[in-house]
Design a protein around this ligand. Structure first.
Ligand SMILES: [Zn+2]
Length: 192
């Protein structure tokens, strides 16, 4: 696998496989409201940050809809590929934000030239990790699942360090950790 996993289509195939398995597991459980059958109701996204060689299946957000008349509840399963409404794929938000740690404007410029991610985008991701993310309901719940609390001034580097393995493996584990915040409706016991 290349040094930068998110330039590798195989890395995204792995993430797609994880999303499909998660969504299919939910589908088989049936509608949480009425017990009716869940059908695929996928929709198109236009994510940025995908490497060349990724087909249209990588731009599809997996989604489910109850088939029972009068219910028709829509469920969007947790995803390791789409981080909420962010335009870039989740892996890019994680990896490039981590590379931004301790950044200076020069470093932001270098990243911008290397990966083509806009300066404003990099700055907004950094704000999101350091402010929005650490004050989110998800984080209040999620941090309890980690072996020890990471340094919240150093996100998402400190989060990546909570997981073991190669860089690719750690990104996958971090995306799995974040996935519950990407699904709707969130499990009722921890609605974010
Ligand atoms: Zn239903």
């Amino acid at each position: 696998m290349p040094a930068n996993p998110i330039k590798d289509p195989a890395f995204f195939s792995l993430l797609l496989k994880i999303d499909r398995a998660t969504a299919d597991e939910l589908r088989q459980k049936g509608c949480p409201e009425c017990g009716g059958p869940l059908h695929w109701a996928n929709y198109a996204r236009s994510p940025r940050g995908l490497p060349t060689g990724c087909g249209t299946e990588h731009s599809t957000r997996l989604s489910l809809c109850c088939g029972r008349e009068g219910c028709r509840k829509r469920l969007t399963p947790p995803s390791v590929r789409f981080l909420g409404q962010k335009v870039y794929v989740g892996a890019a938000v994680v990896l490039y934000s981590a590379m931004c740690h301790g950044i200076t404007l020069t470093r932001i410029d270098q990243l911008h030239h290397l990966f083509g991610v806009g300066r404003q985008t990099l700055v907004s991701w950094r704000k999101w990790w350091l402010n929005d993310f650490v004050s989110s309901r998800f984080w209040k719940w999620g941090k309890g699942r980690l072996s020890s609390p990471p340094d919240t001034t150093n996100m998402p580097v400190s989060l990546l360090e909570r997981f073991a393995g190669t860089l690719s493996e750690r990104i996958v584990q971090l995306l799995r950790f974040l996935a519950p915040m990407t699904g709707t409706p969130a499990p009722s016991s921890h609605a974010f």
